[in-house]
Design a protein around this ligand. Structure first.
Ligand SMILES: N[C@@H](CCC[C@H](N)C(=O)O)C(=O)O
Length: 283
């Protein structure tokens, strides 16, 4: 099977062009696990499949490195946009990408050689009600903003945001002290989150700048999470640390993203997408 490995700020996936390849549905999950293995596979945070779409230019499906399927992936969207444009799957610089979390609009910025330098994605509106995350709560129609959940003898305050996939965001004084490895897995599988959750830590530097760390559902620590960065900015506004309409620079382990939560409710993400390698892999 032909593959291309790409990354968005160090968040790497093995991409498969399903316009040409054929993988049986029942093998997708185990293939993602095998490809992600750094010793017996290619090594990645997961696998992303690019399909023809009935409702958009292309369709993206995302698998974490434990084989679970996710409904969205911000870094993946930018890489799918670059791949689709440079491989002729689309012919315009703005086009729609279908995800299981909804359709989004991507715009590629190209240089004089028609290579994509950066990608801007309108990620759509965050979903904030407990039932939309989903998060178990006495009132399923309530938002979860800076609410305490007990985690292993500690009370941790989280703000819950869905960007098509679920996120629990915490604010801390120093990003260097984020207990990602220790607390991440406990919140990821906390019984308040029936579909599990991506877990983020945020240090607010100024109304236009934050530091960010993530424990991703199904993949653990990664260098970056695009949907997580969007969720962090939304949570920052909801908690009064950041402002709507303001472009926020999010410093992730793998580099920076620019995120804006607009007055009309849409969240915009701008950042890079890069190739690593491509080739054939034995399945
Ligand atoms: N790395 C991604 C998110 C991938 C899916 C996530 N782990 C989930 O299970 O929801 C991003 O860049 O958004």
């Amino acid at each position: 099977m032909k593959f291309t490995k790409m990354h968005g700020l160090g968040n790497s996936y093995v991409y498969v062009n399903m316009f040409n390849e054929n993988l049986p549905e029942k093998q997708l999950s185990e293939t993602a696990v095998r490809l992600a293995d750094k010793n017996k596979g290619i090594g990645s945070d997961g696998m992303i499949l690019i399909y023809p779409s009935q409702t958009a230019a292309v369709k993206m499906r995302v698998f974490n490195n434990d084989g679970s399927e996710a409904k969205n992936c911000g870094n993946g969207l930018r890489c799918v946009a670059k791949y689709s444009y440079e491989h002729g799957l689309v012919t315009t610089t703005s086009f729609t990408i279908e995800t299981l979390g909804g359709n989004v609009e991507a715009t590629v910025s190209v240089d004089h050689e028609n290579c994509v330098q950066s990608v801007t994605v309108n990620m759509g509106q965050p979903r904030l009600l407990a039932k939309e995350i989903p998060m178990k709560n006495e009132h399923s129609e309530a938002m979860i903003v800076n609410e305490v959940i007990p985690v292993y003898h500690q009370d941790i305050r989280v703000t819950a945001v869905s960007m098509g996939n679920p996120h629990a965001v915490q604010f801390i004084d120093s990003i260097e002290k984020a207990p990602v490895k220790e607390i991440g897995p406990l919140i990821e599988k906390h019984d308040r989150f029936p579909e599990w959750v991506n877990v983020e830590w945020v240090e607010v530097v100024s109304p236009k700048e934050i530091h960010f760390r993530v424990w991703e559902r199904g993949s653990g620590i990664t260098q970056a999470c695009g949907t997580g960065a969007c969720a962090a900015v939304v949570a920052g506004v909801l908690n009064g640390h950041l402002e709507k309409e303001s472009e926020v620079t999010v410093h992730l382990l793998g580099g920076d993203l620019q995120i804006t939560w607009k007055d009309d409710g849409d969240v915009w993400m701008k950042g890079p997408a890069e190739y690593i390698c491509s080739g054939d892999v034995c399945l």
